[in-house]
Design a protein around this ligand. Structure first.
Ligand code: FEO
Length: 395
């Protein structure tokens, strides 16, 4: 296997994981993923940019079998899907120094237990000469850990961005071939991994806006020969106002809560509001699709029956996830049915502290099967949502 040329002296030496279906035992990977690593050969020195997940270390080592010397490993990010093969690389290339941010040094020491003298910390804006190629380091914290950085080859205009701008796609096409397919995967990736740090991503995007970028090379998925495609997509996801949409994650045990969800959906539909339903039952929900819907939605209405005075546990899980992803949602409500008593609304509110700026719209709860007056209250909730979206200019 020979390294795949990106530009003269710069090659792809990563691993494509066609079979993986779950990341972090949490994130679904319907299309597999890749762990991108890059070899940069300058006229005097050679650098490896990131490594691959430990279980695919053989792929990277096979790519490197004819490479006699590596002077530097540029380590953008400590998570093991990129750092996992570093110990094997340092075993094979004992002369190599690992360049990383000061914050990353502690993380790498904790995760990999490597000798401290292997690490060289680099400052934001610092450059490293490989002879005829110059690598510029750009500190980019919180994409999505605190220690992350980008690097940029000045002579080639290639920006390596670690997890940022990535997509979980297994493909042997080095560059994006179908922007529609990659847009969907990159949005899913943004929603699951990057959305909680949208504010920091704005700052990091400002730091790269003056670089002349020919290629963006993330650590997952295909590379971007048209950088504006992914930069523009991120601008929309990060900066745009939410849309005239309502996301309804729900569970129904005996059909009563589902009847309420259906009535609210119908009433919102009549008013021209887009509704996205997510049944949180195991085996049905794709949390990646739920996360994607949260990127744009202005309102979330959680639908839950009451179990032992609280929300259904799957709904609690959904609420916990929504809270962790920190979407730019503006309005929240809860609907659902209970048998004899409930504290579901208080419990759900307690699970959503990160959405504290969102306005809570009056919940609609009913005892048993909803009666006509309950259904009319749901119509009123739909009208309130419609009016709120209109007043705020959400389209
Ligand atoms: Fe792809 Fe945060 O690791």
């Amino acid at each position: 296997m020979k390294p795949i040329t990106i530009k003269p002296g710069v090659s792809f030496v990563g691993a494509i994981d066609w079979d993986r279906r779950l990341f972090d035992v949490l994130v679904p990977l319907p299309d597999g993923t890749s762990y991108n690593a890059f070899l940069v050969k300058g006229s005097e020195k050679t650098a490896l940019i990131d490594t691959v997940d430990f279980h695919m270390s053989g792929v990277l080592l096979e790519y490197l079998k004819d490479v006699e010397r590596i002077d530097y490993v540029i380590a953008h990010h400590g998570e093991q899907d990129h750092s996992g093969t570093l110990p094997k690389i340092l075993e094979k290339y004992p002369e190599a120094k690992v360049c990383l941010t000061p914050k990353a040094k502690g993380i790498f020491l904790d995760l990999l237990h490597l000798p401290e003298e292997k690490f060289v910390t680099v400052e934001d804006g610092e450059t490293l000469s490989l002879g005829d190629k110059t690598i510029q380091f750009v500190h980019a914290p919180w994409v999505h850990w605190p220690e992350t950085m980008f690097s940029y080859i000045q002579e080639d205009g290639i920006l390596f961005t670690a997890d940022c701008f990535g997509s979980h796609i297994a493909t042997n096409e080095l560059f994006v071939a179908d922007e529609g397919i990659v847009y969907e995967a990159a949005k899913r990736y943004y929603a699951e991994i990057m959305m909680p740090f949208a504010g920091v991503i704005k700052r990091n995007m400002k730091k790269i806006e003056n670089l002349k970028i020919d290629i963006i090379a993330p650590d997952h998925g295909p590379l971007y020969k048209r950088p504006e495609f992914i930069l523009e997509a991120y601008r929309h996801w990060v900066y745009d106002a939410p849309k005239n949409e309502v996301v309804i994650p729900y569970i129904s045990m005996h059909g009563s809560t589902k009847a309420m969800v259906d009535r609210l959906t119908a009433a919102l539909t009549e008013r021209g509001v887009t509704v996205k339903l997510f049944n949180l039952s195991e085996g049905i929900v794709d949390v990646g699709k739920l996360a994607m819907a949260l990127v744009d939605t202005a309102t979330i209405v959680i639908g839950t029956p009451t179990v032992l005075t609280g929300p259904h546990p799957n709904v609690a899980y959904g609420a916990f996830l929504v809270n962790a992803l920190r979407p730019k949602v503006k309005f929240l409500s809860v609907i659902g049915s209970y048998g004899w008593g409930t504290r579901a609304v208080d419990v759900i509110k307690g699970l959503l502290p990160n959405l504290g700026k969102a306005e809570i719209l009056d919940p609609v709860l009913c005892k048993g099967l909803p009666r006509e007056e309950d259904l009319k209250t749901l119509d009123n909730l739909a009208e309130t949502i419609y009016q709120k979206h209109k007043e705020n200019g959400f389209t």
